[in-house]
Design a protein around this ligand. Structure first.
Ligand code: C2E
Ligand code: CA
Ligand code: CA
Length: 851
């Protein structure tokens, strides 16, 4: 304002009194308006300030929570490793680097998968005896690496061991906040490892919260741009606990947004008033202006120059970018004040230096870029520089030539943008839970490897791995436990591979491994064995010991296929074969599918005659109450006495019957024969019949069962139908109404093969079952030492809660039966108790009962 007003008295001749009067009134008016605008402005700014303040407090809380959660996770991870018998033996009782580092038990995967850049073991004399830094084995004392004493931490970790607790805290590791988690090594729940007397060694994990990690962490908790604050930062900062440093974030500034919204409106109003004032002024002062023109022009242009300079300075300092100028030798001649704030570098030190001293471009020295490109209109280049805190930052320079003098332009810091882009790229290629490659990445990798043309001698091997018995872990122990198992499985799988091979997670519990440089099938088999052995080792999840296993399908390029998709499909087919082959095993894709298809056709046509020709036969397998070992019932199992092939089991022909629709006449025959046989048995012996899911959807099941009961005169309460969950998969509503129809007849419904399907648990709750049969794969895992007991115990508890009779299938040993008795399982069936037998043998057995 000051610069614009022209003093009439000092003007030549002093003859502008009209002008002065007009200006005086105009000035008064403007002052009034200005005061009004100022008032509104002050009010707005104060509201905005409050809003910003509140948002800042929220962000501070979110950041504290975020850090707490990292600490908590680190604490529980270090605990998992420290309270572990093997670790106790191999890191405390002696320090076995082969076990810990080479075999990846406590090695580089902690850095690559879990983000712990520092892993240390400190022995009872407080000496660091094992250290892995950034995935490399090193001999550095933890204190030296951290530049901070850790005596209290060690003492607390040792104290905490008594109540199975770890300690964690934040520290400042060379300017970067870091999470430090420590736990004393103890044998955990391992009954085979004895604890020594005397102080324990302590396991320490350190997770540095570098820029990328901090930013991602902040984002997870709704805070944008979380980073270590530069010394100059004054707003949006938070001093971390334990003197771990000061962080800063990009605040949302709701107040600022408010201003952005309202200020333009006020500005428009101001503009309208201004225009009016200007119009009036123009009319009243036109004449005087002509007379004063020489003088005024001079003053006005000076004023305009001053304003323009001021405007430039304002823009330069308010913008988030910094402004630079270089001379023809590409030496800095000007740097705006923002330069210091943004880069943390001193202007005075950079002025006069060549651009190459400060900035580098990805394509080489920036000076060469200037030579080739800088003359273009709108030239832009991306550069890196080292900021004051020693970190690499990325900025985008826009460049404009000042003819004959050099260049000038702006520089915008785009570090965060580039990092965000990198992160999105990473996320689109990786599985969020395990950090393994996802399907997209795997396919790219596979295609890349196939381009390198693998040979028969050096094939590319593709392994399709599927976990057996994983689903119940999820269902019964919760998703967190399931996630933990998946994470541990990922680590174990990775631990079996070399660095340039790939492990991807492509589905819930499905993994794909792409392995190169295998010289023989034997080598592949050795790898498969190692993978399965690795997965079969127990998982310790909270207080549970969990056992799972895996099946593997193998396809190889170029022998089986040379296209990525085909290779995947063949590995999947081989996987099904492995699952068919009894799980926990592997199968190579076999090209003789054709031969098998022809054989199947033949069986199909034979099966059409089997019922008519009376080639089918039923065996019965007894089922016992575990308490008192009393016979509770028998399961009818169909067999086919094939005239050429001999006795065939249901696994061979039931799938064919299902595909061809022959399942209906077959199942009618079974139902009829089973009920007829059972009608002759005493009233307290049940008969179980297996139903196929395909017959469930078609063929009036309720009417069929009703007519069989009427024909044979069997008491409906003695008939049990065994269903698998696939029955419910197609259309739950129809399935439910059929099941209700069956219940109305008075028969009992059992869920067969419980635990092998995907959703058994939810089905049990919402469908009218009377009992469940635990799949024999779980019973097989029961051993004298406990084995699968946790899962079985959970299933039995669940059965009890839902008032279901729980039967364990496939009991083969006395130990298993005892273990089942220990967990109060109701009934058992299996070769140890009795093999399936023919109709005569079972009625003899029933007749011989002593009770
Ligand atoms: P499932 O319902 O799980 O039947 C139990 C199977 O486990 C039987 O095999 C039985 O012989 C076997 N088994 C019994 N105890 C033990 C043991 O201690 N250890 C081991 N390893 N196995 C044991 P089977 O008879 O070969 O039957 C296989 C499957 O065929 C049955 O599995 C059932 O799903 C199906 N199936 C059998 N009969 C019929 C039928 O009449 N209709 C339909 N739709 N399916 C049937
Ligand atoms: Ca069954
Ligand atoms: Ca079964």
């Amino acid at each position: 304002m000051e610069k614009l007003s022209v003093d009439p008295k000092s003007s030549p001749g002093g003859k502008t009194s009209n002008l002065a009067a007009a200006r005086a009134s105009l000035l008064a008016c403007s002052a009034l308006l200005l005061a009004m605008f100022l008032l509104v402005g002050v009010l707005l700014i104060s509201i905005a300030h409050h809003l910003n303040h509140d948002a800042g407090e929220h962000n501070r809380l979110d950041i504290e929570n975020a850090l707490l959660s990292v600490e908590r996770t680190a604490g529980s991870t270090v605990k998992d490793y420290a309270f572990w018998g093997d670790a106790y033996q191999n890191l405390h009782q002696k320090v076995d680097v082969e076990w810990a580092f080479v075999r990846q038990n406590v090695g580089s995967t902690l850095s690559t998968d879990l983000g712990f850049q520092g892993v240390f073991v400190v022995d009872p004399t407080d000496r660091t005896v094992y250290s892995v830094i950034d995935g490399q084995l090193q001999s550095v004392a933890v204190q030296d690496w951290l530049h901070t004493p850790i005596d209290t931490l060690l003492a607390q970790a040792r104290e905490g061991a008594a109540n199975s607790q770890s300690v964690s805290r934040l520290v400042n590791a060379d300017g970067t906040p870091a999470v430090l988690a420590a736990a004393a090594l103890t044998p955990g729940t391992d009954p085979n490892v004895k604890a020594d007397a005397g102080p324990a060694s302590v396991l320490i994990f350190v997770a540095r919260l570098g820029p990328e990690r901090l930013e991602a962490l902040g984002r997870d908790f709704g805070v944008e741009g979380l980073r270590v604050a530069p010394a100059s930062a004054s707003t949006s900062t938070l001093a971390l606990r334990d003197n771990a440093g000061v962080v800063q974030w990009t605040s949302e500034d709701p107040g600022h947004q408010l201003l952005v919204l309202v200020v333009p409106l006020i500005a428009v109003a101001g503009l309208i008033f201004g225009l009016m004032a200007w119009y009036i002024q123009r009319r009243t002062t036109a004449a005087a202006r002509v007379m004063d023109s020489n003088y005024t022009t001079l003053q006005a242009s000076r004023a305009a120059l001053a304003i323009s300079e001021e405007r430039f300075r304002d823009v330069a300092e308010a913008a988030s970018d910094w402004i630079w100028e270089v001379d023809v030798h590409l030496r800095f001649t000007y740097l705006s004040e923002r330069f210091e704030v943004i880069t943390g570098l001193a202007r005075a030190e950079c002025l006069g230096h060549a651009v190459d001293d400060l900035l580098t471009s990805d394509q080489g020295p920036l000076s060469s870029w200037f030579k080739d490109h800088a003359r273009r209109v709108n030239a832009i280049v991306q550069c890196n520089y080292l900021s004051g805190d020693g970190k690499v930052h990325i900025c985008r320079l826009s460049v404009r030539e000042i003819p004959g003098q050099g260049y000038r332009g702006t520089a915008s810091d785009i570090t965060e943008e580039v990092e965000a882009r990198r992160r999105i790229e990473y996320l689109s290629q990786h599985d969020a839970l395990t950090g393994l490659a996802n399907r997209t990445r795997m396919q790219e990798f596979l295609e890349g490897k196939l381009k390198a043309s693998p040979t028969l001698e050096r094939p590319l091997v593709m392994l399709s791995v599927d976990l057996d018995r994983f689903k119940p872990v999820n269902d019964l122990l919760g998703h967190a436990a399931g996630d933990e198992v998946l994470n541990q499985v990922s680590r174990r799988l990775q631990g079996c591979l070399r660095g340039d091979d790939l492990v991807a997670r492509i589905g819930g519990d499905e993994f794909v491994l792409v392995v190169a440089n295998m010289s023989s099938p034997l080598e592949v088999e050795t790898l498969c064995k190692r993978l399965i052995d690795g997965i079969e080792l127990p998982f310790y999840i909270t207080e549970h010991e969990v056992f799972i296993s895996a099946s593997i399908g193998i396809a190889m390029a170029p022998a089986d296929a040379i296209l990525a998709e085909e290779l995947l499909r063949y590995a999947d087919i081989a996987l099904y074969e492995a699952k068919d082959g009894g799980r926990n095993t592997w199968r190579f894709y076999a090209g003789d599918m054709n031969a098998r298809i022809i054989e199947r056709r033949q069986l199909e046509s034979d099966l059409r005659h089997a019922i008519k020709n009376e080639e089918l036969r039923l065996d019965f397998q007894p089922r016992y109450r575990i308490e008192g070992k009393r016979l509770a019932g028998a399961e009818a199992l169909v067999r086919w006495e094939h005239p050429q092939r001999g006795l065939l089991g249901p696994d061979v022909f039931i799938p064919i019957a299902e595909e061809t629709g022959l399942i209906l006449p077959l199942s009618n025959w079974v139902l009829h024969a089973a009920c007829k046989a059972a009608a002759l048995w005493p009233d307290d012996v049940m008969i179980s019949v297996n139903l196929s899911s395909t017959e469930f959807q078609r063929g009036h099941l309720v009417a069929r069962v009703k007519s069989v009961l009427a024909d044979t005169g069997l008491n409906p309460a003695r008939l049990e139908l065994e269903l698998t969950e696939s029955v419910m998969l197609n259309d739950e509503k129809i399935a439910l109404s059929i099941m209700q129809g069956l219940k109305a007849l008075g028969v009992r419904l059992l869920m067969d093969d419980f635990g092998t399907g995907y959703s058994s648990l939810s089905y049990l709750r919402s469908f009218p079952f009377d009992g469940l049969k635990i799949d024999r794969s779980f019973v097989g895992g029961l051993t004298a030492s406990g084995g699968d007991q946790s899962i079985i115990q959970a299933i039995v508890g669940l059965g009890r809660a839902l008032s279901l009779t729980v039967t364990a299938e496939g009991v083969e040993t006395d130990d298993q039966l005892k273990a089942l008795k220990d967990v109060h399982c109701d009934e058992a069936q299996g070769f140890y108790l009795s093999q399936p037998m023919d109709a005569q043998a079972i009625s003899d057995l029933i007749g011989d009962r002593t009770d």
